[in-house]
Ligand binder design. Structure first.
Ligand SMILES: Cc1cc2nc3c(=O)[nH]c(=O)nc-3n(C[C@H](O)[C@H](O)[C@H](O)COP(=O)(O)OP(=O)(O)OC[C@H]3O[C@@H](n4cnc5c(N)ncnc54)[C@H](O)[C@@H]3O)c2cc1C
Length: 410
């Protein structure tokens, strides 16, 4: 048998055929969640993931914001201690702006185990999870996957592209694709202060999110240290073409003077994470008659903060509700309501602020920005961005998602 992808590639040797209601491509948080909600609604869901293990190649720091922690039932045992303190630094790192919230604002997920737990939940709900299985393209009315045994045609009524920032599903369905991307990289290691760890001693750190605005190490974004007492994440992100000597050399330069980790020794072996981050806002065309996009594939990331975990959960819930309606009614009409243009309109302010961050091209301009940040209105704006009630905006016609489990609280 021969199969044609819309890109013109021809696939041969397809020897198996299966049927499903929905094929979800990509077992990141967006795909795992969409698949679980659909399976819980009684649909037959196949979830294909090209990685052979969910703990490998993690592409996120895993910072969950308060609204996500309040609305979604994330597995407690895979969340780090709460963070209330944020310190913002100018390029020279002196005279930082410190902001502390009265509430728990962030928690860092231990992402490998968290994905595994979410996958268990998905399988308990009935999802057919296939690891080491890659989506190749379309073959007429069917979709083609490939695994160690060869190619398989999935005759699914709908496909969900949860396959990340550079989505193949988007390409195959002829939908919008991410063009404005940052790239980010970080190192993760255990937090183990070398000195006095008694209360008040050198190692007695308050969980803190350190953010450095310096276009030399993070052009168009921030470099960060997240330290919660369990793990340390040292990272940077920015526009790929604006790193003077590439992202990894910027990361190395940053880690040599990164704030907040002076009392710990970086181990020789550290976990490395990296990936693209779409920051152009939700894409305009995210649905076709036979499928839709969620998560990074849909551009569902805050253009300003580059946070995508809250958006991917909320958009997946919205997408699953629309697919559920389409499957129950036997109509494709409901997918027309899944409209990126309506969602985009709600991102105008964030896109404007993103342009402001993009425009900070010299350390002098970043330092000047800090003069404004130290004023009461500047601090109020920073507090609103970091601690405000905002989360991913869904169309007003769609109810706020109900709390629903990715895993069991323990
Ligand atoms: C360095 C970095 C740090 C970040 N930190 C944060 C943070 O702290 N907080 C936050 O809110 N956001 C953060 N983000 C953004 C956030 O991580 C993403 O928005 C979010 O994880 C997207 O989830 P997703 O499921 O859409 O995509 P992904 O997690 O990228 O999952 C896509 C999956 O699809 C699979 N796949 C791709 N192509 C195929 C194919 N052809 N066939 C089968 N499978 C395929 C991939 O293997 C992958 O598992 C960060 C991003 C980066 C790069």
């Amino acid at each position: 048998m021969r199969a044609n992808s819309s890109s013109g590639a021809t696939m041969t040797g397809i020897d198996r055929e299966e049927a499903a209601d929905v094929l979800v491509v990509g077992a990141g948080l967006a795909g795992l969640y969409a698949a679980t909600v659909l399976a819980r609604a009684g649909h037959h869901v196949v979830l294909a993931e090209r990685r052979s293990t969910l703990t490998g190649t993690v592409r996120t720091t895993g910072i969950f914001v308060r609204r996500t922690l309040e609305d979604f039932d994330l597995p407690e045992k895979h969340l780090g201690p709460a963070i209330r303190r944020v310190v913002l630094y100018p390029p020279q790192l002196s005279d930082p702006v410190e902001l502390t919230s009265a509430r728990d604002e962030f928690r860092v997920g231990d992402m490998g185990p968290l994905y595994v737990e979410a996958a268990r939940e998905a399988e308990r709900a009935g999802v057919g999870l296939r690891l080491a299985t890659r989506f190749l393209g379309r073959d007429g009315e069917a979709f083609v996957l490939t695994d160690a045994r060869g190619a398989v045609r999935i005759r699914a009524r709908f496909i969900v592209g949860a396959d990340g920032a550079r989505s193949r599903v988007a390409r195959e369905l002829g939908l919008s694709r991410n063009r404005r991307l940052l790239v980010g990289a970080e190192e993760v290691f255990a937090d183990s202060p070398v000195e006095d760890s008694r209360p008040g001693g050198a190692g007695d750190t308050v969980p803190t999110f350190h953010c450095v605005v310096d276009p030399r190490v993070a052009p168009g974004y921030l470099a960060w240290v997240v330290r919660d007492g369990e793990h340390v994440h040292v990272g940077t992100a920015g526009h790929a073409h604006r790193f003077p000597n590439g992202m990894y050399s910027a990361l190395q330069a940053f880690r040599e003077r990164a704030p907040g980790v002076e009392d710990i020794v970086r181990p020789a072996e550290v976990e490395k994470r990296a990936g693209p981050i779409p920051v152009g806002g939700v894409l305009p065309r995210i649905s076709a008659p036979d499928g839709l996009l969620v998560g990074d594939a849909a551009g569902a990331v805050s253009p300003l903060t580059a946070g995508g975990l809250d958006p991917c959960l909320r958009l997946s819930e919205h997408a699953a509700a629309i697919l559920d309606e389409a499957l129950r009614s036997g109509q494709r009409g409901p997918l027309e309501q899944y409209d990126g243009r309506a969602l985009r309109a709600r991102f105008r302010k964030r896109l404007l602020l993103r342009r402001g961050l993009d425009a900070v091209r010299s350390p002098a301009l970043a330092s000047a920005g800090f003069t404004a940040l130290r004023t009461p209105p500047g601090r109020a704006l920073a507090r609103r961005i970091l601690f405000g009630p905002g989360s991913f905006p869904l169309p007003s016609a769609v109810a706020e998602p109900r709390p629903s489990g990715l895993g069991q609280r323990v």
